[in-house]
Ligand binder design. Structure first.
Ligand SMILES: Cc1cc2nc3c(=O)[nH]c(=O)nc-3n(C[C@H](O)[C@H](O)[C@H](O)COP(=O)(O)O)c2cc1C
Length: 323
């Protein structure tokens, strides 16, 4: 089955999908759309903006995810993002953490569709790159299909370019963000129905996708599949999905990917980055292969050491069978 370029994406994940992670994932998957971690409007307005907006040109296509609710602040941040070269600006309407709720953004914004619509419209007005939203099926007791439908209708009216739907609702009280990724049940049918009701809207499904087969099945119903934890813990799944989707007969080997990563690692080390900041994202590369534990252990134990360089990766790789 051939799949359209960029219809697979790697979900935004705080503390995980930083620029090193994305550079590595780009080597594994040449066409997946990559997302930054969520970056708040306050961080861009008052923090080290240049650092937050930094990425390597190899990462394209890459979307920045913003957290915030003030339309003017979001529009300003969208402009900075576009100027920095991002391909898409995405608004987080799905994160249920307390910190996010106290800032009145994330999943609780699903209860304020007019605010989200105003924010989308303001961003659309300010930039030419696609403005997209990532949301849940609903929040707390607001979990009917009608609720999701009406929310989506407002976003469509505001000109949203694409919607990523994490196919479970969020509980705003009593569950941690981690529990909120497991406890409320997944309901893919609702996302399929949303696509049927809004055929002109690009709808991407997210949540619980762990195999190539899962992804291909969803792609029969919706425009795209967003993969989170599995892409991080088992990145080779992305390589297999890429090969299946493009009809390529041969996959690169994991050794090829590491060899292609090494010049980047050397460059980063020369700029003062520590090895562990990069190797922590490649621990899952040999997931399911013989020796995977030794790979993880060598990198975890050695990469922390002062002055650790690419020889740590080379030594770990030398012990692995070429797959
Ligand atoms: C460590 C971690 C951090 C996350 N951070 C974000 C985030 O910054 N923004 C966001 O919209 N979702 C975030 N999520 C949720 C994911 O984007 C995704 O919606 C969720 O993990 C479900 O997809 P999955 O089952 O494929 O992992 C995070 C998930 C994890 C595991």
């Amino acid at each position: 089955m051939n799949i359209a370029p960029h219809c697979v994406s790697v979900a935004p994940m705080l503390d995980w999908t930083d620029r090193h992670c994305r550079y590595f994932l780009r080597l594994v998957s040449p066409s997946a759309r990559l997302f930054t971690e969520m970056i708040t409007t306050a961080a861009l307005q008052h923090g080290d903006r240049e650092r937050f907006l930094q990425f390597d040109p190899a990462e394209h296509p890459v979307a920045i995810q913003l957290g915030g609710s003030d339309p003017q602040a979001l529009a300003q941040c969208a402009v900075w993002s576009e100027q920095a070269g991002f391909d898409e600006v995405n608004l987080n309407v799905g994160c249920p953490s307390d910190r996010v709720q106290s800032g009145r953004f994330g999943a609780c914004l699903m209860l304020e569709p007019a605010t989200v619509a105003t924010a989308v419209a303001a961003m659309r007005e300010a930039v030419d790159i696609p403005v997209t939203v990532k949301c849940r099926l609903g929040v707390d007791a607001h979990d009917s299909y009608a609720f999701l439908h009406d929310f989506t209708a407002e976003l469509v009216e505001a000109g949203v370019s694409r919607l990523y739907v994490h196919a479970r609702k969020a509980w705003l009280k009593g569950l941690s963000p981690k529990q909120n990724r497991e406890v409320p049940p997944l309901d893919y049918e609702r996302v399929y129905r949303l696509k049927q009701d809004f055929p002109a809207l690009e709808v991407h499904i997210n949540g619980g996708v762990t195999t190539v087969e899962d992804a291909l099945q969803h792609l029969q119903q919706v425009d795209g599949v967003m993969i989170g934890r599995e892409a991080y813990h088992n990145p080779w799944m992305l390589a297999r999905l890429e090969a299946t989707g493009s009809g390529a007969s041969a996959l690169p080997t994991r050794h090829d990917i590491v060899s292609r990563l090494l010049p980047y690692v050397e460059k980063q080390l020369a700029e003062g980055e520590c090895l562990h900041a990069i190797t922590r994202h490649i621990l899952g590369l040999f997931h399911g292969c013989p020796g995977a534990r030794a790979w993880r252990r060598t990198l975890s134990e050695q990469a922390h050491r002062t002055g650790a360089g690419i020889e740590v990766i080379e030594q770990a790789l030398a012990r692995m069978t070429r797959t």
